[in-house]
Write a protein that binds this ligand. Structure first.
Ligand code: TXA
Ligand code: MG
Length: 327
């Protein structure tokens, strides 16, 4: 029988964080807030603990996990940090940048899905950082959703997806950024972006050489997670590339819901529900909760505005295209 969510969701008090750290050390699962989305954490150095993450999420075993560390000196225990990675860690850690590096053998193969690389990031959220420090071990954490669902941006959505399969959920409120970290391969001197996210391509390019996105379709340069089926709403979703001069999708004769920065054209029939973001940053922040909400709005179709690539727009575009099944 499933327990009430009040049994699992806890405020981020020092005592509760200490308890969560103990659960991690004992091999259990703790969901915690980061600045991007909530993570489902386990001791990254324990194969058995990491296996529980894959089970709880229903995640394919060939999709490696991100190791969350407190900073550069921690990271240097687990992987070979080249000069480009060092520059990036100094500028962007703690923050939403995950770096893929050559792994040392100490990192279990389960954590890195048998690859010879490991992905690491130091999160900016103070609750996450305190949890990592208290646990005294790196924390492997994918987004705390069931595989194929939108990533959770609140403690409540973690509970809705994972229920009793997680030992404790720390409630840090709604996450700040709303889409996941940028994942970049830093094993070479030229950085390759494997998944756009919280730090934009143009920002990274101010510090290191970044390979152009013309390579992004080459499977070799994609992160394994981007090859798996991703979140697809239970109702059809169509995209409106307003800046690309797309005509607005046909909505007449159907109940539809909308999300975007721009208002839908006034000539079309009113949507059942409409979520208008204030800016591209705001679009990223509310995207995943909006998708869950619109899916349940009684509409037969979702129309989403496809933003331009600037800033966090590249990440929002990526997630929308994958949700709509056009990439
Ligand atoms: O913001 C985030 O990154 C969140 C929070 C919780 O930190 N985490 C997250 O984890 O989004 P996840 O598991 O949902 O996505 C991690 C991505 C996947 O696409 C995975 O394939 C990729 O990172 N990845 C992990 N290790 C890798 C590696 N060694 N080489 C290439 N890609 C890797
Ligand atoms: Mg995920």
């Amino acid at each position: 029988m499933s327990s009430d969510c009040n049994d699992r969701i806890f405020a981020p008090t020092p005592q509760n964080i200490a308890r969560a750290a103990e659960i991690i050390r004992e091999g259990g699962l703790v969901a915690f807030p980061t600045e991007t989305v909530y993570g489902l954490g386990a001791n990254a150095l324990s194969s058995d603990a990491v296996k529980k993450i894959f089970e709880a999420k229903g995640r394919p075993g060939d999709n490696p996990l991100i190791m969350h560390v407190a900073g550069i000196s921690d990271a240097s225990k687990y992987a070979d940090i080249g000069s480009a990675a060092e520059v990036l860690m100094h500028h962007f850690w703690p923050g939403p940048l995950t770096l893929v590096l050559s792994s040392f053998p100490i990192v279990p193969l389960e954590t890195r899905a048998n690859l010879d690389t490991v992905a690491m990031r130091a999160p900016l959220n103070p609750i996450a950082l305190e949890l990592i420090r208290e646990a005294g071990v790196p924390i492997a954490a994918p987004s705390a959703n069931k595989s194929g669902r939108p990533s959770p941006t609140t403690a409540q959505t973690v509970w809705e997806d994972l229920r009793d399969s997680v030992d404790m959920i720390i409630d840090g409120g709604s996450t700040l950024i709303g889409v996941e970290s940028t994942v970049a391969d830093a094993t070479d001197n030229v950085l390759r972006i494997l998944r756009p996210g919280g730090v934009s391509r143009e920002t990274l390019a101010q510090f290191v050489d970044v390979a152009g996105d013309e390579d992004s379709d080459k499977v070799k340069y994609r992160s394994p997670g981007t090859l798996h089926r991703h979140y697809a709403p239970s109702i059809p979703m169509v995209l409106w590339d307003r800046e690309g001069d797309d005509v607005f999708p046909t909505v007449s004769g159907c109940k539809w819901s909308y999300i975007g920065v721009a208002e839908p054209p006034s000539c079309v029939v009113e949507p059942c529900e409409k979520i208008i973001a204030d800016s591209i940053k705001d679009y990223a922040r509310l995207l995943y909760s909006a998708l869950r909400e619109l899916e349940a709005s009684g509409a037969e179709m979702i129309v989403a505005e496809l933003p331009g690539c600037a800033e966090i727009g590249e990440a929002v575009r990526d997630r929308l295209k994958r949700a709509a099944g056009v990439e």
